[in-house]
Design a protein around this ligand. Structure first.
Ligand code: ACO
Length: 272
């Protein structure tokens, strides 16, 4: 998706993480900096256009993602830009993934109601021209924060690495002060965690811990193909959870009552 402003300068990284503040990321040194308010307006335009395109692709009556909705919810959007082509010198956006924690009431396989607050997949869109090119997976993997380090060297990225030390790790040589009894040592440190909005810095999430808001048939196929998510636990709301959801909740879900239907189900708070 192209825009009448320079997307490439607006988003210096391939993936940009935006929260409710829709703050423009720091620009590359040497890039001219328009007024901050203009940059935020550009971000709002991108979010609005992505939301519209996603709604159209899913045949929804109205967008569930917009700048206004972003600003009034604690959701996070991962935006993927096209780093290969720069049509008209302004860059392009490939797609986005929107997530957020939500309090939900879900049924387990014994049909007991559970109050949980999982990370939810709320909206997901890759431009029609580049679907099925692995971009969706790239965004999803980034969101899950699963490092794609293959020490066996079978992936194209890792096969170029000269040694078996994971990409981006740092070596520190610790030399003791004169007179100290301590031996010199080497320290191997992982890269710092990417800067994520505070509320997403909780923990890494496994795919089966996620709840998906009204997944489209394409997304169900995507989840099955890339994450082996197939067997769902039937729900009475729009969210889909998969086998393993309850086994992997970090804090045991709170069981509210017995079999489904014995008490009226509370509404799930908030829409996407
Ligand atoms: N038909 C069937 N399966 C598809 C299709 C399709 N048209 N497109 C993607 N997939 C699934 C398949 O499993 C596919 O593997 P295959 O090509 O070997 O069959 C796999 O996704 C491809 O993986 P990626 O290339 O990483 O996925 P992509 O970049 O296409 O992104 C996404 C997936 C986001 C679902 C994209 O296809 C899209 O934007 N679809 C339209 C909008 C949509 O349905 N969004 C999800 C809404 S539901 C929600 O957000 C909670």
């Amino acid at each position: 998706m192209e825009f009448p402003f320079d997307v490439d300068a607006l988003f210096p990284e391939r993936i940009t993480v935006l929260d409710q503040h829709l703050r423009p990321p720091a620009r590359r040194p040497g890039t001219t900096t328009p007024a901050r308010v203009d940059l935020q307006q550009q971000i709002m335009t991108i979010v609005d256009e992505l939301g519209k395109a996603s709604a159209k692709a899913q045949h929804l009556p109205a967008p569930i993602t917009s700048a206004l909705r972003m600003q009034s919810n604690r959701h996070v959007i991962y935006v993927l830009k096209d780093t290969s082509a720069r049509p008209a010198g302004k860059g392009a956006i490939i797609g986005f993934l929107k997530v957020g924690y939500k309090k939900l009431f879900v049924l387990d396989d014994r049909e007991a109601h559970n109050e949980v607050e999982p990370l939810c997949i709320l909206d997901f869109y890759i431009h029609e021209s580049v679907q099925r090119h692995g971009h969706g997976r790239e965004l999803f993997q980034y969101m899950l924060q699963v490092p794609e380090i293959d020490l066996k060297g079978s992936s194209p990225r890792s096969s170029k690495r000269p040694c078996s030390m994971p990409h981006n790790w740092s070596i520190f040589l610790c030399i003791p002060l004169p007179g100290s009894q301590l031996p010199a040592s080497m320290l191997l440190l992982p890269p710092p965690a990417p800067k994520l909005p505070l509320f997403l810095q909780k923990e890494r999430v496994e795919p089966h811990q996620l709840a998906i808001d009204r997944p489209s048939p394409k997304l169900l196929k995507f989840l099955n193909k890339h994450y082996n998510l197939e067997t769902t636990v039937p729900q009475v709301n729009n969210f889909v959870i998969f086998e393993g959801f309850f086994a992997h909740q970090h804090q045991g879900p709170r069981v509210l009552t017995g079999p489904a239907g014995t008490i009226p189900l509370p509404q799930n708070p908030g829409g996407a």
